[in-house]
Design a protein around this ligand. Structure first.
Ligand code: GDP
Ligand code: MG
Length: 676
């Protein structure tokens, strides 16, 4: 049996899915996070149930990719029961989708989620009257508190073969005016004029397409002039019935019915929590919002550096000890010098070097997850709405960009939630400029070496530059090819809430797992490869200055010299960094003879030897800047290709990123070297 969860964005579908399956999918207190359907399975009440988590959607039109994914899936024969997840604290908005789902003619069970919030606020919902009016079971649950979960599945199993209720009871006040006596058959009954047209269209559909399973729904879609259905089911003489689009009439009448339901079933209208209103008054204030955002990000970095550094000492000693033991162990086994060098100077230096940044990365993940789950991140998208509109984009385009602080891959995927294709492509193009967590080790290493007093400020400046460069690129694109922003599309602001430790832990665990698996695979492989090309050359083993790596790096020097990075070691590290940005740092560890790049003394030596090469603060800053902006990592490039289905576009965006990175670093280096 297959059960699909569908509902508005942010109503708790993923939380519910996780609660059932024990999966650890990303939950966030802002819309547009789940963009692909996710599947899992459980056994319950003696039935094997296949669960599907769908992207959130407000309606079943086919305007965005998310809506298409959801709609096509629930229309297919694969689904046995639809569980409509409804945020009970925002019933009015959520019921619009519910009414559309009821019209599909598939078994629907309503999961009235967030009941804990409803109760806390003293709101009451008539759980007897609501199912009576909708004609489907309504089960109160709380996905977060894990209440009502078993009853919900039980209802779904029970309701599977029971689409049409015996008789619906929703006496409208003016029932007598209807000449159609549909109130017993359908929850949603339209005005006589529309019902006449629906009847006519149903008859036409029945003779033209005898095998269709749901005539009423198709008739309604034809009345709305839904592009997909109109094209798929052409009817002769349809223009006599559908002389215009009746979409607005249908929407308005649905909303009137919703109003009627709310009047009858909601006993104490919940107010938006006063605290949320008060907080929004300040946090989304016209003048304060952006300074507050900058301040919040500043705090994030302060914590990332301050607490992260305190924890890092332990990691550092652990790596040191490991390296000593490995050398001793290998020596006692009689291993030769080359193998010891591979293990210690290659693998432990490279992979271990990356692992020592784990505390900082962890803190960054925790603070970002807390911000997301508290509801603050959706405010950020909201306050950027004005700026984004000026750049010709909808404010929603900023959401993928903020996700980019974590990792560009899911961020680029989240651009699917944008309605308009130009918006999507522009967002995909600039999202990699947002400084992802893999770049953090580069900042920590270089700012630690060259700006020990101001490491945090320097790293923070990278994040700001990332945002500013992305915005400027959008501005230029819009000057080049002007587009009117669809600013009617408002971002919904969820309520602030105390972040759930479970949700934060899931998010952090997944990201840390990701980071570790990169350390164990790509970075591991890159470290070994690096060791090989640095220790072997045309003249054999040993001489790094004449190794294959050095030759390759020297070949790249002319490209990097004008931007202050004309050192073969740096060129080589940046080239290797295309596999994953952390590799820039792990390569450094291998390059400079397996130093523990996180120990303070080693850093000082490394900085000194780089200083002898003529590498100054300015070069270090250029290094960070270029690392921030140049080609996204291999995984991101693959994602851009998967999302755009075009190698041409993928190549174009890679070239674009290099060009932007090179030009900007060039300006900084040339200006800087004249000034200082
Ligand atoms: P989705 O967009 O529908 O997948 O929603 P998510 O599962 O990502 O949840 C959105 C937010 O609502 C998260 O912050 C959840 O922690 C929160 N949430 C989900 N279910 C409940 C619930 O039953 N009670 C409360 N208080 N919060 C919930
Ligand atoms: Mg979700």
């Amino acid at each position: 049996m297959t059960v699909a969860f569908i509902g508005n964005p942010n109503c708790g579908k993923t939380t519910l899915f996780n609660a059932y399956t024990g999966a650890n999918l990303k939950v966030a207190n802002w819309p547009g996070v789940t963009v692909e359907k996710v599947e899992g399975a459980i056994d319950s009440h003696g039935v094997h149930i296949h669960l599907v988590d769908l992207p959130g959607t407000y309606s079943l039109t086919s305007y965005t990719m998310e809506e298409q994914v959801s709609r096509n899936f629930i229309l297919s024969d694969d689904v046995d029961v639809i569980i409509d997840v409804v945020d009970a604290s925002a019933l009015e908005r959520n019921l619009y989708l519910t009414l559309q789902l009821l019209e599909l003619g598939r078994p629907v069970v309503v999961a009235l989620n967030m009941m804990d919030i409803v109760e806390k606020r003293g709101m009451e919902i008539d759980l007897h009257r609501l199912p009576e009016m909708l004609g489907v079971p309504v089960i109160p649950v709380s996905a977060l508190k894990r209440r009502g979960l078993s009853v919900l599945l039980h209802a779904a199993i029970h309701h599977k073969d029971h689409v049409h209720p015996d008789r619906l009871i929703h006496n409208h006040s003016d029932e007598t005016h209807h000449k159609h006596n549909h109130h017993q058959d359908f929850a949603m009954v339209y005005s006589d004029g529309l019902e006449d047209k629906i009847d006519q269209l149903q008859n036409m559909l029945k003779s033209a397409y005898p095998d269709l399973f749901n005539y009423r729904w198709h008739a309604l879609k034809l009345l709305e002039q839904d592009p997909e259905i109109t094209k798929k089911f052409p009817l002769e003489g349809i223009e006599r019935v559908v002389d215009r689009s009746y979409e607005t009439d249908i929407i308005n009448q649905k909303y009137s019915f919703i109003e009627e339901i709310i009047q009858e079933v909601v006993v104490n209208q919940a107010k938006r929590a006063a605290a949320t209103d008060y907080a929004d008054h300040i946090l989304t204030n016209r003048w304060l919002s952006i300074p507050i955002f900058l301040f919040v990000m500043g705090v994030v970095f302060f914590l990332t550096f301050f607490i992260g550094d305190m924890l890092r000492d332990y990691f550092e000693s652990a790596i040191d000890i490991l390296s000593v033991y490995a050398t001793d162990g290998l020596l006692s086994l009689g291993a030769d010098e080359m193998l010891i060098s591979l293990v210690c100077d290659g693998i432990i230096a490279g992979v271990g070097g990356i692992l020592t940044f784990l505390p900082n990365i962890c803190i960054l993940f925790v603070t970002l997850a807390v911000l997301e789950d508290s509801g603050y991140m959706s405010r950020v998208a909201f306050i950027m709405n004005d700026i984004m509109n000026h750049l010709g984009l909808s404010g929603r385009a900023f959401i993928p960009m903020i996700l980019g602080f974590g990792c560009s891959v899911p961020a680029i995927m989240a651009s699917r939630a944008l309605e308009n294709k130009t918006d999507r492509y522009r967002t995909m193009l600039v999202t990699p400029f947002m400084s992802c967590s893999a770049r953090l080790p580069i900042y920590i290493l270089f700012s630690g070496m060259f700006f020990p007093e101001h490491a945090m400020v320097v790293a923070y400046s990278m994040y700001l530059i990332g945002i500013v460069v992305a915005l400027i690129c959008l501005l230029l694109l819009n000057l080049f090819h002007r587009q009117q922003a669809d600013n009617a599309l408002l971002i919904e602001l969820p309520e602030y809430k105390r972040p759930s430790s479970r949700t934060v832990m899931i998010s952090v665990k997944e990201k840390v797992k990701d980071y570790l698996s990169r350390a164990g695979t790509i970075i591991f492989a890159a470290s070994i490869l690096m060791w090989f090309i640095l220790n072997f050359g045309p003249s054999g083993y040993g001489d790094m200055a004449h190794s294959f790596g050095a030759i390759l790096g020297r070949g790249l020097v002319p490209f990097f010299a004008p931007i202050g990075l004309g050192y073969w070691q740096i060129s080589l590290a940046l080239l290797a960094g295309i596999s994953a940005k952390e590799v820039v740092v792990s390569s450094f560890a291998v390059l400079f003879d397996g130093v523990n790049i996180n120990s303070t003394t080693a850093l000082a030596t490394l900085a000194a030897s780089m200083g002898q090469m003529g590498f100054t603060e300015l070069n270090a800053y250029c290094m960070m800047l270029f690392s921030l902006l140049y080609i996204p990592c291999a995984a991101t490039i693959a994602t851009i290709h998967a999302e755009s289905h075009s190698w041409k576009w993928t190549a174009l965006s890679v070239v674009f990123q290099i060009a932007v990175a090179w030009v900007l670093t060039f300006i900084v280096y040339q200006t800087g070297s004249r000034l200082f």
